[in-house]
Ligand binder design. Structure first.
Ligand SMILES: [Zn+2]
Length: 203
């Protein structure tokens, strides 16, 4: 399963499209700031809704499952152990790139590909989508974490840090899958301000 998944992600999965209006690839690069700063307009058309094809959502779900295995094996470890980094790595966050285009009032997600220089930690992830064609943003996973009693704790939706990272990037959309089939989205307005939650439809 893992090999198949990686092969699919490596080759990219791009939906055929006859639409126009891709986000320009020469959009200004954001500085590597971690603070929330309103940047100049990303020069992409305004959109009101993000459309994610069912097949891509299903692929994201498969990635989420793969990166969320064994989360409950942390039941015998406490949070301090995890914070100190001596806990066994079990689940990991995953980061991927979104390809798409904007047509009229809709951002169509057309494909997902793996991020370059992917570094997966238990509760953090890094990578970049700089060389992705028709890049519109990123998506990542939030695996469960176990509380001291071994129950699942879910980080529901984009975190304040996720939103700050998004605000300082050139991306116009960002998604997180925080549970199987559960997604949260943020989008950037023409003036660069972050709208969260953004309207997302899977179909
Ligand atoms: Zn996150």
């Amino acid at each position: 399963m893992r090999a198949l998944l990686i092969a699919v992600l490596a080759s990219g999965l791009v939906w055929e499209s006859g639409e126009q209006g891709a986000v320009p690839s020469d959009a200004p690069r954001a500085p590597g700031s971690h603070r929330q700063v309103v940047l100049p307009a990303p020069r992409s058309p305004e959109f009101a809704v993000i459309i994610l094809p069912v097949a891509l959502r299903d692929l994201m779900s498969a990635v989420w499952v793969e990166n969320n295995r064994h989360w409950d094996e942390l039941a015998d470890q406490n949070t301090l152990t995890q914070l100190l980094g001596t806990g066994r790595p079990t689940q990991r966050e995953y980061l991927g790139c979104l390809q798409g285009e904007i047509a009229r009032d809709t951002l169509w997600v057309r494909g997902i590909v793996a991020a370059a220089e992917l570094k997966q930690l238990q509760f953090a992830v890094s990578g970049n989508c700089d060389d992705v064609d028709q890049s519109v943003g990123t998506w990542h996973t939030h695996p469960y974490r176990a509380d001291p009693a071994g129950r699942a704790m879910k980080e529901r939706g984009l975190s304040p840090m996720d939103l700050a990272t998004f605000a300082s990037a050139r991306d116009v959309v960002t998604l997180v899958m925080w549970d199987l089939d559960s997604l949260d989205a943020a989008a950037k307005a023409v003036d660069g301000t972050v709208r969260h939650p953004a309207l997302l439809a899977v179909r």
